[in-house]
Structures are given as structure tokens and as C-alpha cells.
Design a binder for this molecule. Structure first.
Ligand code: NAP
Ligand code: 8YV
Length: 319
């Protein structure tokens, strides 16, 4: 008999084909009565496939006594209780690196959209205003700007390299200074925000980064500053950001992520100085296929030898 796999969230046909070749697949979406399912089938489940948004809820974890591996579709795994997984000897894998370019491209897209008032100009043309009212106001050049990157990890460094095309002065903040990079390090985020024309946020989510970009940081970035968040909504104090954008204490924002997705603060909808995306930074056919393949590769490898290709750092010792 094949081992059981519980799928939380969606999957492509390509992923489903690979899941069913190796596992008895149960889709959470098809389960009407979760407690009854866990009672009848919980023992047979050794693997969970989930994503960065859905994670694994405690009531599911508790009902899977033989769970051994959780394969996450996404590099961020703040929705998974990794401490409990480690205590139970459950391996957690994620999908690092394969999405670096598309997420970095989205960060730069949001930066450019803010600086060139892309959304406002597009709406202006569509509304027939160009013909009636003439040209729109001048915008700001993205060339030769100081860009502060909050979190110079895999994606942050990819953003930094792409910014060379705009002659940017790249500076960065993280808890540790990174060896071998040509960018100036700021241990103090407020000081970095004061120096930055654009602040790009690309740290993990979770308690350690909760509201890291707070009122003081937002005000240090200031009325001429642009805030880009492609990390997690929780990393920015959203209520403070909205107030600062309303009062002109913050100039512009480009946002792919929000505190309570898919809910977005309604105040943002009418603002011309914000660009809003529905958490799509990695959402290209190519990158999503690579992420899906890695989710499946991790599960296949686990069945073969009990290890995974890309464990989260907290689980490396379990492989
Ligand atoms: P990574 O390689 O682990 O890099 C994370 C960076 O954040 C590191 O430089 C780390 O440096 C820094 N950091 C961590 N905690 C921090 C803290 N408390 N204060 C300041 N800096 C901190 O991760 P990655 O692969 O680049 O991915 C980063 C995150 O992007 C993911 O976890 C995910 O949340 C988000 N993401 C979003 C999307 C999207 O669709 N919008 C897509 C992919 C990823 P130190 O450890 O030295 O502090
Ligand atoms: C995904 C992400 O959209 O990788 C991440 O951390 O946020 C995105 O790539 C998400 O994980 C899929 O639900």
C-alpha cells in the first residue's frame, strides 16, 4: 500500500500526477468532515504538501501521528509551526532559489511603477483624459537612486544585482553583515531608511520581523521615499503605513503582500501613490512549475532515503 499524502491548498495537474504515482492522495479541499477524516485516515498520512499561505493548522498536525515530512510550495514558511515539527522529528522542506529572479523582478517592477506613476498614467489614458486634459505631471527618474534592501538574502541579493542596471547605490540592513558583497551595511534600519530613496523589504515573516518597518522607519524614509514590500505584510506596520501615505509623511508604496490577505486596507484603493498586487511576485508559469517540481522532488527523495533536497534551516540536522 502507498503511504498517505495530505494536500493542503492547490496543485497543478503535473504535481498531482507525481503525487498519485507515489502516494495515496487525500485533498483537504475534498474533505467534508475533518475530525472524521483524521480519525479514519490520520494514521496513514506520512506526508503533507502545503503552501506558504495555508501552512499546517494545529488541529491537522495533531491529527497526523505518523507525519514525517511537510513539503512547502514557497520559500517563506512562517505559516508552518516549525518548532513543533522539529520536536516531533518532522522534516520541513521549502522552495528556495528557483523564485529569486521573478520575485526580484517584481520588486523592481513595483519600484519603477511608483517612480513613473505607472498606474495613474495608465488610468488617465483609459479614462480618455489625455485627449481632454493634456499631459500628466512629470515623474521621478529611477536612475542613480539610493536603494535600501531590508534582508539581503537569496532574493535581496538578486534584487541588488539587478539594480546595477539603474546605477543604484545599494545599501542593506539585516541582523548580520554579509561577507563578500559590495554593498554598505546598516545595523540600524532607521539610519538606513534616512539614507534611502527606496526601501525594498524582503525578509522572512514571523514574530522576529513583525512590524520591523514601523512608524519611525516609515518617517525616516519620508515624503520623498518609496516603500516596496515583497516580503510578508506583517513585516510592515500596515496601519502606520496607510496613515503616513494619507498624511504625505510617506511618498509612495508598491505592495505585493498585506497583513491579512486577501484583505487589503480599503483606504489604499483610492490612492494614486500606491501600486497594489495580489501576492503574485513568484506567479509566472516558469517559476511556479519549478516550485511545484521541487515540492515533488523533496517528497520523492524523502520516500527514497528519508532526506529532502531543500530542508528549511531549522530541519537541516534531521536530514
Ligand atoms: P533568505 O535567503 O533566508 O533571506 C532572508 C534575509 O532576511 C537574510 O538576509 C536575513 O539576514 C534577513 N533577516 C531575517 N530576519 C531578519 C530580522 N529579524 N531583521 C532583519 N533582517 C532579517 O530568504 P529569501 O529566499 O531571500 O526569501 C525572503 C522572504 O521573501 C521569504 O521568507 C518570504 O517571506 C518572502 N517571499 C515573498 C514572495 C512573494 O510572493 N511576495 C516570494 C518569495 C519570498 P539575517 O539572518 O542576517 O538577519
Ligand atoms: C508564494 C511566497 O506565492 O515563496 C513564498 O514565500 O510567498 C510565494 O512564492 C506562496 O508561498 C504560495 O502560496
Amino acid at each position: 500500500m502507498k503511504p498517505g499524502l495530505l494536500l493542503i491548498g492547490g496543485a497543478t495537474q503535473r504535481m498531482l500526477d507525481r503525487f498519485t504515482a507515489e502516494f495515496t492522495l487525500h485533498k483537504l479541499a475534498d474533505i467534508d468532515d475533518l475530525p472524521a477524516f483524521l480519525k479514519d485516515h490520520g494514521d496513514s498520512i506520512v506526508a503533507v504538501a502545503t503552501n506558504g499561505g495555508a501552512g499546517v493548522k494545529p488541529e491537522i498536525m495533531d491529527g497526523l501521528p505518523n507525519l514525517k515530512v511537510v513539503s512547502c510550495y514557497g520559500v517563506g514558511y512562517d505559516a508552518i509551526d516549525v518548532d513543533t515539527c522539529v520536536k516531533r522529528g518532522i522534516l520541513v522542506s521549502h522552495t528556495p532559489n528557483v523564485l529569486n529572479d521573478d520575485v526580484a523582478n517584481t520588486a523592481i517592477l513595483l519600484m519603477l511603477a511608483a517612480m513613473r506613476d505607472l498606474v495613474f498614467n495608465d488610468a488617465y489614458v483609459r479614462a480618455g483624459r489625455w485627449e481632454k486634459e493634456g499631459s500628466t505631471p512629470l515623474t521621478r527618474s529611477p536612475e542613480n537612486r539610493t536603494v535600501g534592501i531590508v534582508g539581503l538574502g537569496r532574493i535581496g541579493e538578486t534584487i541588488a544585482k539587478k539594480l546595477a542596471a539603474f546605477q543604484s547605490r545599494v545599501i542593506y540592513h539585516s541582523r548580520n553583515r554579509k561577507d563578500g558583497v559590495p554593498y554598505e551595511y546598516f545595523g540600524d534600519l532607521v539610519e538606513m531608511a534616512k539614507e534611502s530613496d527606496v526601501l525594498i523589504v524582503i525578509t522572512p515573516g514571523g514574530p522576529a520581523t513583525n512590524k520591523l518597518v514601523n512608524r519611525e522607519v516609515i518617517e525616516a524614509l519620508g515624503p520623498e521615499g518609496t516603500l516596496v514590500n515583497v516580503a510578508r505584510g506583517t513585516v510592515v506596520d500596515e496601519a502606520e503605513m496607510v496613515k503616513a501615505l494619507q498624511d504625505g509623511r510617506l511618498g509612495w508604496a508598491g505592495l505585493d503582500v498585506f497583513e491579512a490577505e486577501p484583505k487589503v486596507p480599503a483606504e489604499l484603493f483610492s490612492m494614486n501613490n500606491v501600486t497594489l498586487l495580489p501576492h503574485v511576485a513568484s506567479a509566472t508559469h516558469e517559476t511556479r512549475q519549478a516550485m511545484g517540481d521541487l515540492v515533488c522532488d523533496n517528497l520523492s527523495q524523502f520516500l527514497k532515503d528519508g532526506t529532502v533536497q531543500t530542508p528549511v534551516p531549522e530541519c537541516v540536522h534531521l536530514t
